[in-house]
Write a protein that binds this ligand. Structure first.
Ligand code: 26V
Length: 797
């Protein structure tokens, strides 16, 4: 035992103090939960001073602030994240262990804050961390959902959603700010009073702030994540109650309760839910009111707003912030409409995260007119303002058309910059959804390729790799990830490769132990870990993966004497509750896993595992353990991907299509270190126009025919042979996602993967080169791109 460092002594004292005075427990009766609370408070204490300092400096130096508006933040756990950035991870562990508490168990006791669905929400969390690390004065605004993303369980192989109540236990990281409350109105009517427009809402709620400090690397800067929760404006309508109308008496409370109750768990199709519109406006209005209040505390002239304020909207979900700003400037502060619109344009930036037409938000003018009558007028005036500035604009560029408000066009027209999230995606935006708007505003669309934070995705998730990197190239990579290039010089060093291999092996053993302990699954850490983790979506093509897995299984059974490469196929991900086709894919994976894993003929060679409830914490376990990263979406459909970055950074090789950020990953890691296959975006589009493309492809691919026949015969659903007939029918007759057309190329690429795997040294070189060449994909670089190309802000440190 080495002597405990002083930082750990101080922490120990702080932990015991919080255990006693915050939790009201003595050591003899403290539960794991009490210890977790005590440590969280002890760490939170140390965030407060840097946080105050950063806030004071931003005020004193009158700095421009970035406001990031997002309906989703997929934060995960915070104990290790905060401890690492404070330089206190080892001290925390030492303190906790000295107190006789199991560190791993304590860390795992923290629930994931899952206020998001997938990539968009996780990106927002990485960006908040990077802005704090870079010292950008910034504030994130979001919604404090009582129930985050559902917990996924499998019953008979099928996804069942159960509520995830992360707020059931006390959330120690936030500070309640009851004094920061704004009234948010809905419905009612609009009237002219002496030349002024007055909106009188029919009902309203308060938005109340809950602040979490987001601490950057080495505690040099801290920003705020401000999440709003709804509170009733009138507790109880006594007059109505006394008149016998009990339901109406409770209406205000009901409205408030429902608004921030749930996160919409659907990231596949746009659904025009009135409650969602209210959520979006709730976030937009509270945030804009807060921004204007802060601005007015030190400024008077709104014309300078764009010099002090940049508002970034994370997809269109918070886009009502733009008409809300105009409304407040015109109706409350008396600005002329055109001046207000000009200010709006200077302030807003819009990030687009999907080209899928079914996910693009559109609200009926009726819905907006009812819920937000004044905003409907302002949106129409903004449309008119744009038409005046671009008299030759084609109808496709209008915000309002066919009795609908197109939120993408609103966000585009309201913003001085519009960005895609990977180079290919940005180019496709220019050619597809925003082609006509792009022609009118050729300077507006810019690219900012996504990134991930190396603090969470290397330092926290993969301490072994972090240690090896530091040993090899020294400190500094944590905030200057391009320094990973320094590893390249060591790739030819056999000792380095062995150390790299040992790190990967340790990551795999950890996952093997966890799968055994938590899910009763046994896997061999010597086998290739082949990982596809992400939301379940037809375009992401988990179906292609499982079909090829079945194909491999059939081949293994045909030729049991061959020395097959042992593989563990790992799947993880949730399907939107109403997305039938995605849920069918989950069931097929689980059904196939049951049959394959029970087959003595392929035992020890092929295993399929699908641990339920993939979330940020599971990702932290899986990223370091992956050998192969599956990034196999239909080209043109994945905007960027960020799991692809986390996996390659942690030394997984990618099998992938030319889609999203895969294109840029391949360019950087080198084509020879990437298993490319499949149609390009252009070819995919052409292929889809070919009549009967799926049938043609299936007929040309005997193995695929066998696979489909096995499924159709009920090999994986013995009690119900017809279970997958719908899925098979769609594959034969529609196959919009071109699974059949890419099947043969995918299998051929998997053969190349096996060939590379069999040469252990070659594989290791390729893997290490992936890590060494992924430095570009740090979210610090993405944030610097935003600062330069979108926000025009300077860091304060
Ligand atoms: C759409 C909708 C439609 C309205 C209902 C709620 C809702 C929620 C989510 C979405 C889609 C979000 C789009 C999204 O998550 N895109 C992902 O963004 C990642 C970060 O840029 C990117 O890496 C992924 O490729 C992209 O799919």
């Amino acid at each position: 035992m080495t002597a405990t460092p002083p930082a750990s002594d101080r922490l120990q004292r702080d932990i015991l103090r919080h255990l006693k005075y915050t939790q009201g427990k003595d050591r003899a009766h403290a539960t794991l939960y009490d210890w977790r609370m005590a440590l969280s408070f002890a760490l939170r204490d140390q965030v407060v001073d840097p946080w105050f300092t950063a806030t004071r400096r931003t005020y004193d130096e009158d700095r421009k602030r970035v406001y990031y508006l997002s309906v989703e933040y997929l934060i995960g756990r915070l104990i290790e994240d905060v401890a690492i950035n404070l330089g206190l991870r080892e001290a925390s562990r030492a303190a906790i262990e000295a107190l006789g508490v199991d560190w791993e168990a304590l860390v795992e006791n923290e629930p994931d804050a899952a206020l998001g669905n997938g990539g968009l929400g996780r990106l927002a969390a990485c960006y908040m961390e990077s802005m704090a690390t870079l010292g950008v004065p910034a504030m994130g605004y979001g919604i404090r959902y009582e129930n985050g993303l559902f917990r996924q369980i499998f019953r008979s192989g099928q996804q069942v959603e159960t509520p995830e109540d992360w707020l059931q236990e006390f959330h120690p990281w936030e500070f309640d700010r009851p004094e920061a409350a704004y009234e948010i109105g809905f419905g009612g009517n609009v009237a002219e009073h002496g030349g002024r427009t007055v909106w009188t809402p029919a009902e309203s709620v308060y938005a109340v702030a809950h602040d979490t400090a987001i601490i950057g690397w080495q505690g040099r800067w801290a920003n705020t994540l401000r999440l709003w929760s709804a509170r009733p404006t009138t507790r109880f309508d006594l007059a109505r109650f006394n008149a016998g109308d009990f339901a109406a008496a409770q209406a205000p409370e009901m409205l408030a309760r429902t608004i921030t109750r749930v996160l919409y768990p659907d990231d596949s199709t746009w659904a025009g839910k009135d409650l969602r519109l209210k959520q979006e406006y709730f976030l937009a209005s509270a945030s804009i009111q807060d921004i204007l209040r802060r601005y007015l505390s030190t400024h008077e002239d709104f014309r300078a707003l764009p010099e002090k304020v940049a508002v970034q909207i994370n997809d269109t979900h918070p886009a009502l912030a733009a008409p809300e700003l105009v409304r407040l400037l015109v109706d409350q502060h008396g600005l002329a409409f055109d001046d207000a619109a000009e200010i709006m344009l200077g302030v807003f930036g819009y990030t687009n995260h999907t080209l899928m037409p079914e996910a693009l938000e559109r609200w009926s003018t009726w819905a907006i007119g009812n819920t937000l009558p004044r905003h409907m007028q302002i949106i129409e005036r903004l449309d008119d303002w744009h038409a005046r500035r671009k008299p030759a604009r084609p109808p496709s560029t209008a915000i309002v058309a066919h009795d609908e408000v197109r939120m993408g066009n609103l966000a585009f027209i309201a913003s001085h910059r519009v960005n895609g999230v990977a180079r290919l995606h940005t180019e496709l935006m220019k050619k597809t959804v925003f082609a006509d708007l792009h022609a009118l505003h050729p300077e507006r669309i810019v690219n900012v390729t996504n990134g991930v934070t190396p603090r969470r995705w290397i330092a926290q998730a993969n301490p072994g790799l972090a240690g090896l990197i530091t040993e090899t190239i020294g400190e500094g990579w944590q905030t200057d990830l391009e320094r990973l290039a320094g590893l390249e010089a060591h790739v030819e060093d056999a000792a380095f490769r062995d150390a790299f291999a040992a790190v990967k092996r340790a990551g795999k053993e950890r996952v093997a132990q966890w799968l055994a302990a938590e899910h009763g699954l046994s896997v061999d850490p010597a086998a290739m870990f082949d990982v596809q983790v992400k939301r379940i979506h037809e375009y992401k093509r988990q179906l292609l993966n499982i079909l090829a897995t079945i194909g491999l299984w059939l081949r293994m059974r045909d030729d049991p004497g061959r020395d097959w490469v042992p593989r563990v196929k790992i799947f993880g991900g949730k399907a939107a509750p109403g997305y039938h086709a995605a849920k069918e894919i989950i069931r097929l994976i689980n059904d196939a896993a049951a049959v394959i894993n029970a087959d003595p003929a392929t035992k020890g060679r092929l295993k399929v595992v699908f641990p339920p409830n993939y979330n940020v914490s599971m990702a932290e376990k899986l990223m370091p353990a992956a050998d192969l990263s599956e990034q196999i979406s239909t080209a043109g459909m994945e905007a960027s991907g960020t799991g692809n970055m986390k996996l390659a950074l942690n030394g997984a090789l990618t099998i992938g299509t030319l889609d999203g950020a895969n294109v840029e990953i391949r360019e950087r890691v080198g084509a020879e270190n990437f298993f490319l296959f499949g149609l390009t975006a252009e070819e995919a589009e052409a292929r889809r126009r070919l009549p009967d493309h799926a049938r043609l492809a299936i007929e040309e691919t005997p193995e695929l025919q066998r696979v489909l026949k096995a499924i159709g015969d009920g090999v994986f659903s013995p009690g119900e042979p017809h279970r997958y007939h719908g899925l098979l029918d769609r594959l034969w007759n529609h196959d919009h996602f071109l699974v059949a057309s890419d099947y043969a190329a995918y299998v051929a690429a998997q053969d190349k993967v096996e060939e590379a795997w069999q040469d252990r040294d070659r594989w290791l070189r390729m893997a290490a080169l992936n890590t060494a060449r992924m430095g570009y994909f740090s979210s610090d670089r993405s944030i610097r791109d935003y600062m330069r190309d979108v926000w025009a802000v300077e860091p304060a440190i």
